[in-house]
Design a protein. Sequence first.
Length: 112
Amino acid sequence: MSSTRPYRDLLMERLTSPEVAAHYLNAALENSPESFLKALRNVAQSRQMAKVAKDSGVQRETLYRSFSEQGNPTFATLSSVLGAMGMRLLVAADERSIVPAGEASEVHPSSV
């Protein structure tokens, strides 16, 4: 008879890896904002929510509320929590909208 483990236990164990957590969060973000918040809550729980709250400077109750289905965390909260977990937000070009070299004009942040 083989021994099985509950899915959630295995997920929590795997989400302690920064690489696995990053792939998990990116996949959830591509699915929906609600999926991303649930995934972010799972990653934070895998790293002990109280520790993430302390390291991010955000109250634990605020994290649970922010990452609930009705949650709407601020950019500062997202940034702080991701930073406490050794991650950061990045913006990438959507491959479907990339303009071939030479056809795009350069835009500098100071001109926006």
